[in-house]
Design a protein around this ligand. Structure first.
Ligand SMILES: [Fe+2]
Length: 249
């Protein structure tokens, strides 16, 4: 059956009461979740992908608060991934998991592209082995990949230098490792809406739940676009469609 997945990313949660780039990142995350929860009442929500940089202050209490905020709005399975600002062992201690979400038709598979506290993407042999293990759990018809780092260049040199190198080799490998089931990929880190292709696969970058980066900017620059998220509509025939939404604050 078709599935509908909420994709959020780059929440950059800090200690309670603190702000980042003049943004109350808890308030923007709550605004995103409130609007998405309203939409889910109408159209449903089967799972959440949270694709990294969930905390900017990567401590266990901040991750526990992240989970508690999510719990205020949703009670569906969640696939969490670490981003460059995250510390994976702290996320694990708070109870987060990179385990795949597997249904009959769709398999949501995360790939760890991060190194703790370093901006560049790094995919190690261990990360690939974890994906192979994940793919062995269940036998859904189609696979959607989720990473923190972009799989395509987005014309922002300061961000592009840290993207995943060799994305076509990676996607071809994953397609083979999954028994030809890969149908597309989603990612975060870009803090802007991205639509691209790697080979024949569609790839979709999601806005941040807090501040946005200016598209096509050579240097770090914050954009005045509103916080956002995306709905992933995963069809029975293996098609991936996405719809970006923004909140008004
Ligand atoms: Fe990031």
């Amino acid at each position: 059956m078709a599935r509908r997945v909420l994709h959020i990313s780059d929440c950059h949660l800090v200690a309670p009461g603190e702000t980042l780039l003049q943004t109350n990142t808890e308030a923007t995350l709550r605004a995103v979740l409130e609007q998405a929860a309203d939409e889910a009442m109408q159209s449903g929500c089967d799972a959440i992908i949270a694709s990294g940089d969930l905390a900017h202050t990567p401590t266990v209490p901040v991750y526990e608060r992240f989970l508690s905020i999510l719990n205020d709005y949703f009670s569906v399975p969640m696939l969490t991934l670490p981003g460059n600002h995250d510390v994976w062992h702290a996320m694990q201690q708070a109870g987060m998991s990179m385990d795949p979400i597997v249904w009959e038709d769709w398999h949501l598979q995360g790939l760890d592209s991060h190194e703790d506290d370093r901006p560049r993407a790094l995919i190690t042999e261990m990360d690939r082995q974890a994906v192979e293990q994940g793919l062995g759990r269940g036998a859904a018809r189609w696979v959607l990949l989720a990473t923190h780092h972009p799989l395509v260049a987005i014309d922002c040199p300061w961000l592009d230098k840290d993207r995943i190198i060799g994305p076509l080799e990676l996607m071809n490998w994953l397609h083979d490792a999954s028994g030809q089931r890969l149908r597309g990929a989603v990612f975060g880190h870009a803090h802007q809406e991205v639509e691209g292709r790697v080979g024949a696969w569609p790839v979709f970058g999601v806005p941040s739940t807090c501040f946005q980066f200016r598209p096509r900017s050579a240097k770090f620059a914050v954009d005045d676009n509103a916080p956002g998220y995306q709905w992933l509509n995963l069809a029975e025939d293996g098609t991936v469609n996405r719809a970006v939404s923004r909140v008004s604050l």
